[in-house]
Design a protein around this ligand. Structure first.
Ligand code: ARG
Length: 297
């Protein structure tokens, strides 16, 4: 095994065709985007490269999923699948504006499988929407998958996750259109700490989160949630996010994390930030099957 094998593996897709061309969440305003499209596109390219090099400087290996014309949200790779133990469950998008991305995702994952980066590919049943790691956040310490439903993914997507990964799930209903994927209001850090935005959840959801997180719960200041700072990526003790108030920074640093702020304004206009732009491929729960025994799903 070389050093690269133990490095976090992240799937990212460059914003070559990224724009805000339709509205499928309240952050998206195509008219506003078109007023300044040239600058916003330039900013997106710069921000994406900065995010990528930040991950690489933290020791991650970035695998690139090619962009495709006509699918501006393909850049948000967190949605194309969730991957655990080398098994990928691919997305089924709720909105027809994104449905065409499924074919690109499938092709990409076939290639990853051919290269041995993943072992098997699965899908939710027809009609069961599932927007990948945006609504399925693996918690190694608590041995479960946190799942979001109610805005994009179907509630019953948890059945596929439980069957494929043989893992317990905790389903959280998302009640605010601004926090339409779980990852916009909930972030798990490597030490088991959870950053969350309470207003995105029901009373029952908040109680569940509080009960399971205990003293590892960090309530995001409203300012951070409203700027998509909760949508962050944690690599070891390093947290990469697009916005961090002094109060959130104090909380994170107090718990031993280092904070890296990468402004992602153009992507925020699509309702996305760091976590959305990134898909972790190397999460392990039960481990990967030995090469000879891998499923051909
Ligand atoms: N415009 C995209 C959408 O509404 C943004 C997706 C962001 N991804 C995420 N995992 N939150 O679908």
């Amino acid at each position: 095994m070389n050093a690269q094998d133990s490095a976090p593996q992240l799937l990212m897709s460059p914003p070559d065709f990224f724009e805000v061309a339709y509205t499928i969440n309240p952050w998206m305003n195509p008219e506003q985007w078109s007023l300044d499209a040239k600058r916003l596109r330039r900013d997106a390219a710069w921000a994406w490269s900065t995010l990528r090099s930040t991950y690489e400087s933290l020791g991650a290996r970035v695998i690139v999923k090619p962009a495709a014309k006509g699918w501006p949200d393909l850049v948000f790779t967190a949605n194309c699948a969730v991957v655990l133990d080398g098994k990928a469950i691919l997305a089924r998008y709720l909105n027809e504006e994104r449905a065409g991305e499924e074919e690109h995702g499938h092709r990409m994952f076939d290639q990853l499988k051919a290269r041995g980066e993943i072992d098997a590919i699965f899908r939710t049943p027809d009609g069961v929407y599932f927007e990948g790691a945006g609504d399925a956040i693996f918690d190694a310490g608590r041995r479960l998958m946190w799942m979001g439903f109610g805005q994009r993914s179907s509630r019953c997507a948890h059945h596929t996750v439980e069957q494929v990964f043989d893992i317990r799930t905790v389903s959280l209903e998302l009640v605010s259109p601004r926090y339409y994927h779980l990852d916009t209001a909930f972030c798990l850090l490597s030490g088991g700490d959870i950053v969350y935005h309470p207003a995105a959840f029901t009373d029952e959801g908040r109680e569940l989160i509080q009960a399971l997180a205990g003293d590892k719960l960090i309530e995001a200041p409203a300012e951070d949630a409203e700027n998509l700072g909760v949508n962050s990526v944690c690599i070891g003790r390093d947290v990469v996010l697009c916005h961090c108030s002094p109060a959130l920074r104090a909380q994170l640093e107090g718990r031993g994390y280092r904070v890296h702020v990468v402004p992602l304004g153009s992507f925020n206009r699509s309702g996305g930030a760091a976590y959305c732009l990134t898909l972790r491929l190397d999460n392990l729960f039960k481990g990967r099957a030995p090469a000879g025994q891998r499923l051909a799903a």
